[in-house]
Ligand binder design. Structure first.
Ligand code: ADP
Ligand code: MG
Length: 696
């Protein structure tokens, strides 16, 4: 029988393949580029290209593509075939180092926020050798960054790589303070837990809202929702189990370490988590995972919904970004050490993260802002839009002791460090895993939980890496050339200064919002239009450009693109609602009312003295509702017109937030009410009950 280790990574041009297919000299040189970012010369690239092509052809590929992550959508690719005509009228399969290193897709169809003048609509893609090439279908996919000819980043990978480099640079400076001269490189790792819904393809195809927008825009709650929690603890249904098995196999072939899978809180909701990897690889893998999840679902007659909020009133889907920093020598800098000395280093890095999250709360919020995720944040199912950190009782106790100069109760009485007893060797605390915190310390990593399920994890990690790089830079600037006492003093001072961001209570509690905003002065940007323009705040531009993660122009273009995307998304939803209300819901409710009226007529013909009170009541209710649906649909159409007339992207997003979304909510309310009194066989599309309990 074929075992997992037989096929794991079989579609990846990974280290094993490179070693086997490249000369020792070429391999060494490529390895230097991958591990240390050394420059790659063309002769090496040529040799790699030939080996890659031969391997790809052996494995059934006929085409190659530069695979990249534009600012909207999942990934993009433009396939070119390997074939080149040969003089004898036949074809050769060719692929050069130049084609490997650089591509020129037509960039004009990807959003650039005005970065590319139309006369220079061409951008270029550049190979990212740190992420392995892979075969998908019949195509060799080469992970690349996507830039304009002027060098501005048009994708999500370029700034991510820059942010990793910024953090590497500053972390190395800080590690030098601890005498860690042997460390060559510091990298962040990420393990993203991915939530999703599975519904049947048959039902999906009957709903325009799912087809056009990925979520339901109408739907009354079924008699049973998620209140029983029986799905979470229940066994995985055979059809879902078959899907998961197939999905794992496809992911494993691509070298993606899919590891855990289970049901989630909502019916029909599931989760997949991989083993963590270096951030840019984890990002590529998560993008691929989302794509493969959808593809495999099709094969099983299912549809995988990655939208953040496919069903109102039912938990939405998020993505947990588990994040840590580690050295090439194998030290996890987010892991408390065994000795007081290591603990000082851990505490300094921890302090850097705390400071980063406090100083750049807005950037973390912005990184997860999309129209879809606006439905989740602060809606009693996901962490609130307010960013705060959960540390857990034990670590919190240690930090409080440092700040207040009091002895830490749990510590043994040994050497005094930081003015308090030694930080004890503490065990990973699994008892009080706080699920309501947006940014939780979980023993040896932080879990950023505000990401939406369809978000690329790039943006969150760009902001996180950059903000932490900034803290580390400030620390290194101050501490270089100073003694250990200065480190202790800085830790104490900074922890004191950033106490407000630490919150170990219930993030879903309404009192937290008041405390956070009124007492602590934390930010609460509820929606995408509320937060997105703040990307251009002076402090943010200064920090991000200072670490060369973005240029000012890139920042501006991103605000435009993200808001444009927000507007387009909600406008499509609004238009779909009008369409469904007018063409499907109204006629259905009318038809049902007509049937009731017909029944009343028949009854009357039999016995003219019948009161027909049920029919009268039903018809009266249905008539009121059809009038309301018609009116609310017209209101919504008017608002759509108004939004389209605004013309300026920020103002337009405000109009959507303040007028369009409320008009959509109003239309939905009357339609959902109509659903509850219309006979089931008249309802024009599958209901929540059908969708949520339809996969068996
Ligand atoms: P949970 O209880 O939240 O499901 P798990 O222990 O299953 O937590 O881990 C969730 C994710 O965190 C996995 O993807 C795992 O690989 C990842 N992870 C574990 N350790 C680290 C680390 N040091 N850095 C980044 N991610 C990590
Ligand atoms: Mg988790």
């Amino acid at each position: 029988m074929e075992t997992v280790s037989d096929y794991f990574g079989c579609m990846v041009f990974d280290d094993r393949v490179m070693k086997a297919k490249l000369s020792a000299k070429v391999y060494q040189s490529l390895k230097k580029t991958i591990d240390e970012g050394a420059e790659l010369n063309l002769s090496v690239a040529n040799a790699v290209a030939v080996a890659m092509k031969d391997w790809a052809i052996e494995n059934g590929a006929t085409h190659f593509t530069h695979w990249f992550q534009p600012l909207t959508g999942i990934t993009a690719e433009k396939h070119d075939s390997f074939i080149t005509p040969s003089p004898d009228g036949r074809v050769l399969m060719e692929f050069s180092g130049k084609e490997l290193i650089k591509g020129e897709p037509d960039a004009s169809s990807f959003p650039s926020g005005g970065l590319r003048a139309t006369f220079e609509a061409r951008g270029y893609t550049a190979w990212d050798p740190t992420s392995y090439a892979f075969i998908k279908g019949k195509t060799l996919c080469i992970p690349t960054a996507f830039c304009s000819y002027t060098g501005d980043a048009l994708d999500k990978k370029t700034p991510l790589l820059r942010s990793m480099e910024a953090l590497n640079k500053q972390a190395l400076r800080v590690l030098k303070l601890f005498g860690k001269e042997d460390v060559k490189c510091v990298r962040t790792s990420v393990g993203p837990e991915q939530e999703y819904f599975l519904i049947t393809k048959e039902m999906y195809e009957k709903r325009k809202d799912l087809i056009f927008t990925g979520r339901t825009l109408f739907g009354a709650m079924p008699p049973k929702g998620q209140e029983m929690d029986d799905h979470y603890f229940g066994v995985i249904k055979p059809r879902v189990a078959a899907y998961m098995e197939d999905l794992n196999k496809e992911l494993w072939k691509l070298g993606i370490l899919a590891k855990t899978e289970h049901n989630e809180v909502a019916p029909a909701q599931h989760e997949l988590a991989p083993i963590y990897a270096t951030t840019n690889i984890a990002t590529d893998h998560n993008q691929l995972t989302m794509e493969i999840m959808q593809k495999v679902a099709q094969k099983h007659g299912l549809v995988c919904l990655l939208h953040e909020k496919p069903f109102a009133g039912v938990n939405g889907s998020g993505k947990h970004n588990n994040w840590s920093i580690s050295t090439d020598t194998g030290i996890n800098l987010m892991s408390p050490g065994d000795t007081p000395y290591e603990n000082v280093q851990f505490l300094l890095f921890l302090t850097a993260v705390i400071k980063a999250v406090d100083d750049y709360q807005d950037l973390l919020r912005i990184a997860v802002a999309t129209a879809g995720n606006d439905h989740r944040l602060g809606a009693n199912e996901a962490p609130p839009a307010i960013i705060s950190i959960f540390l857990g009782d034990e670590l919190n106790g240690v930090l409080e002791a440092i700040v207040n100069d009091t002895p830490y109760a749990g510590a043994e009485k040994t050497t005094m460090v930081l003015g308090v007893d030694v930080l004890p060797k503490f065990t990973k605390d699994t008892t009080d895993r706080n699920r309501t915190s947006p940014f939780a310390f979980t023993g040896n990593k932080f879990e950023f939980r505000s990401l939406g399920s369809s978000n690329s994890i790039s943006c969150a990690n760009i902001m996180l890496n950059s903000a932490v790089a900034e803290s580390l830079k400030i620390f290194a600037d101050e501490l270089e050339g100073k003694d250990e006492a200065a480190i202790h003093e800085l830790i104490k001072r900074e922890l004191k200064a950033h106490q407000r961001i630490i919150f170990n209570g219930d993030g879903y509690d309404a009192s937290w919002v008041t405390e956070a905003t009124e007492k602590r002065g934390l930010l609460n940007y509820k929606t995408t239009p509320d937060c997105m323009p703040h990307l251009m705040d002076e402090k943010n531009v200064k920090m991000l450009t200072g670490h060369k993660v973005f240029t000012e122009t890139e920042i501006r273009s991103r605000v435009d693109i993200m808001l444009e995307n927000y507007s387009k998304t909600v406008l499509i939803e609004a238009n779909t609602m009008v369409d469904m209300a007018k063409k499907e819901i109204l006629p259905a409710v009318e038809a049902y009312a007509a049937e009731v009226a017909k029944t009343a007529g028949l009854k009357k013909a039999i016995d003219a003295s019948l009161a027909l009170s049920y029919e009268r009541k039903a018809i009266a209710k249905l008539s009121v509702l059809t009038d309301m649906i018609d009116m609310k649909a017209e209101d919504l159409e008017k608002v759509i017109g108004k939004v389209k007339a605004v013309g300026e992207v920020i103002e337009e997003s405000y109009e959507i937030r303040d007028a369009l979304i409320p008009a959509m909510t109003a239309l939905r309310a009357v339609c959902d009410e109509a659903e509850t009194i219309t006979a089931e066989k008249y309802w024009p599309f599958p209901t929540y009950g059908d969708l949520l309990f339809g996969v068996r």
